[in-house]
Every structure is written in structure tokens, then in C-alpha cells.
Ligand binder design. Structure first.
Ligand code: UDP
Ligand code: MG
Length: 316
């Protein structure tokens, strides 16, 4: 039978890690009992350079139950890197992988529902929260603004989905073929293709410990997502530059007219024209350079050009 692996990134989660792991084990036990997964189904915890007792808890849990595996980073490398490492490890043996935050704010009780969809043939099952009441007004609205902006820039993302989902082995393997260093996993998943669906859950408040995403980290994460998924801002500069040049031409006509009608002081026309046209040209040039930089960015990512889902017939 096949194995399910739950991947848990943990950064200074001593207050709640034990509790969370027990809950997740129970959910796996249920799935094992229902003969949906092998009894070796396990949990991979990635300690992202914690400075508290997180690693001690992980080693203790592993001593008591060999179904819990731990990976310890040498320092804090960030949530997204912890998730990738956990999935990379999990996919070696698992048929299905479920990443979930250590605080279980994303309700693990829907994992069996995700598994049902997986058994029905889905490769990616997104966990989607259907409430944001547990968030502050600021977090709710900043998130909304962020998703709207990304959608406007042409990035396809599943709304209200973070990093809680089920992925089949082949979906995880495809994700691992995206070797980019600037990671924004949730933005890459829809690019993978494969059949997908959503399950809904209520996100709960943290039961213990503090959020490891203070405002500064949240902004830098959002900025990372925006700049790693879209070169639209660069295009905007180009467009702005072209518009400025056009305005410059209008200024040219206007100031020449003023000059010949004797309405302008000496030197004003040439000044007006050069400011607008030169400014516009500079901006447009920056946009064009940016366009090439954007192309370089896409090339160095070395993303797979395509992913084959199935081949029928052929020689092999
Ligand atoms: N996390 C991590 N490395 C970090 C920050 C967070 O591995 O540098 C983990 C953290 O332990 C948790 C998950 O990422 O399991 C999400 O963090 P948190 O719950 O603090 O974020 P929030 O829910 O407040 O957005
Ligand atoms: Mg959380």
C-alpha cells in the first residue's frame, strides 16, 4: 500500500509542537485504519533553525515514535525553504504529501477529505479557508490587496489558499523541478498543471506561541511573491515612459505655439520640451532594459519548459 507523508515546518514552536504532532498522528492513524494508506505513513518535521526547544521535542518524538522524522536546518532559512526540503524528503517514499503549518491554524481535520479527492484521481487538492474572521482587519485587507494586485498583474493564484494542500508524488516531483531560489510556492503550484480541486475549512487562531510572520517578514514575503512571479512592474515603467514621451510631444506643440504667439518667456519652451521628452525617453529606455532583465530572470530560473502528464503508445 502507499504512504502518506505530512510535512511540518517549525520555527520556534516549542509551545505547541508536541500537541500538533499528536493530532496529526491521530489523523494518519485513522487513514491507515481505513486502509487508505500504508501503516508506515509518517510526518517529516523541518526545524527551520529554531532557537528554543523545538529540536529537542522533535528528537524526543522520534524516539517514541519512528513515524516522526526530523530535519534540522543549520540556521533559519525561511518557511518556504523548510517546506521544499520537507517535500523533497517526503516524495522519496510517499505517494501523497501534505504540507501544513505547525500551529495547525489550517484545520487538519479536512485531510481525510483531501485524501478522498486524491483517491478519486486528483493530483493537487488545495486547502482553501472560507473565513478570515480570525485575522486582524489589517491582515485581512492587506492580503486582499495583495491577491488583487497579483491577479491584476496576471499571476494565477488560488485565493485564500496558503501552503496547506495535498499533492501527489508526481505533482511534488514536478514542483521540485522548479529550481528557483526566490521561492513563493503557492504561486508556482497552479503552473504545474495536473488535475486539481479545493476543499474548504475554517482557519483558527493560533493556540499558543506567536506568529513567526511579523509585518516586516510579511511585506518582504509579498514583495518576493510579486517580483518572482511577474515582470509586469517593469512593463509598467515602459508604458509610463511612452506615455510621458507622448505628453512631451504635446508639451512641444503647446510651448512652440506659446512661443510663436509671444506668450512665453525666452528659454521656457526649450526647457519644457527637453524635460518632458528626455524624461520620457529615459523612462522608456529603463523599461526596455528592464524587459531584458526580466527575460534573464525567467531564463535563470530554469523552470521546466513543459511537464508531460501521460504518454500513450510509443516505444517504451
Ligand atoms: N516558519 C518557519 N520558518 C520561519 C517562519 C515560520 O518554518 O522563518 C513556520 C512556522 O513554524 C509555522 C509556519 O511556518 O509552522 C507558519 O508560520 P506562522 O504560523 O507564524 O505564520 P502565520 O500563520 O502567522 O502567517
Ligand atoms: Mg500560523
Amino acid at each position: 500500500m502507499e504512504k502518506l507523508t505530512i510535512v511540518v515546518p517549525a520555527y520556534n514552536e516549542e509551545e505547541l509542537l508536541h500537541e500538533s504532532l499528536q493530532t496529526l498522528l491521530k489523523i494518519e492513524d485513522q487513514l491507515i485504519q481505513n486502509q487508505l494508506f500504508d501503516f508506515k505513513s509518517n510526518i517529516v518535521v523541518v526545524d527551520d533553525g529554531s532557537t528554543d526547544l523545538t529540536w529537542d521535542i522533535i528528537t524526543e518524538e522520534n524516539r517514541v515514535n519512528s513515524r516522526i522524522t526530523g530535519i534540522k536546518f543549520s540556521r533559519n532559512f525561511g518557511h518556504q525553504n523548510a517546506l521544499m526540503t520537507g517535500m523533497q524528503e517526503a516524495v522519496k517514499t510517499a505517494a501523497a504529501v501534505v504540507p501544513i503549518d505547525a500551529d495547525l491554524q489550517d484545520d487538519p481535520a479536512v485531510i481525510p477529505e483531501m485524501v478522498d479527492q486524491f483517491v478519486a484521481g486528483k493530483d493537487i487538492v488545495y486547502g482553501v479557508r472560507n473565513n478570515r474572521e480570525t485575522d486582524t482587519w489589517f491582515k485581512r485587507n492587506s492580503a486582499l490587496l495583495f491577491y488583487r494586485t497579483l491577479a491584476f498583474l496576471g499571476v494565477r493564484m488560488v485565493q485564500n489558499h496558503a501552503d496547506f494542500r495535498l499533492m501527489s508524488k508526481r505533482a511534488v516531483k514536478t514542483l521540485l523541478q522548479y529550481p528557483e531560489r526566490n521561492l513563493f510556492i503557492r504561486g508556482v503550484i497552479p503552473m504545474l498543471g495536473f488535475s486539481s480541486t479545493k476543499v474548504y475549512y475554517k482557519r483558527r487562531p493560533r493556540t499558543a506561541g506567536k506568529s513567526k510572520y511579523p509585518l516586516k517578514k510579511m511585506i518582504s514575503f509579498a514583495w518576493e511573491g510579486l517580483t518572482s512571479l511577474s515582470i509586469a512592474p517593469v512593463r509598467a515603467i515602459l508604458v509610463l515612459g511612452v506615455i510621458t514621451v507622448l505628453l512631451g510631444v504635446a508639451a512641444l506643440v503647446y510651448s512652440l505655439l506659446s512661443k510663436f504667439l509671444g506668450l512665453a518667456v525666452h528659454g521656457w519652451s526649450s526647457l519644457m520640451i527637453s524635460i518632458w521628452i528626455l524624461g520620457g525617453l529615459q523612462m522608456a529606455s529603463l523599461g526596455i532594459i528592464g524587459e531584458y532583465v526580466g527575460k534573464v530572470m525567467n531564463e535563470v530560473k530554469q523552470r521546466p519548459r513543459f511537464t508531460i502528464e501521460t504518454i500513450v503508445g510509443g516505444n517504451s
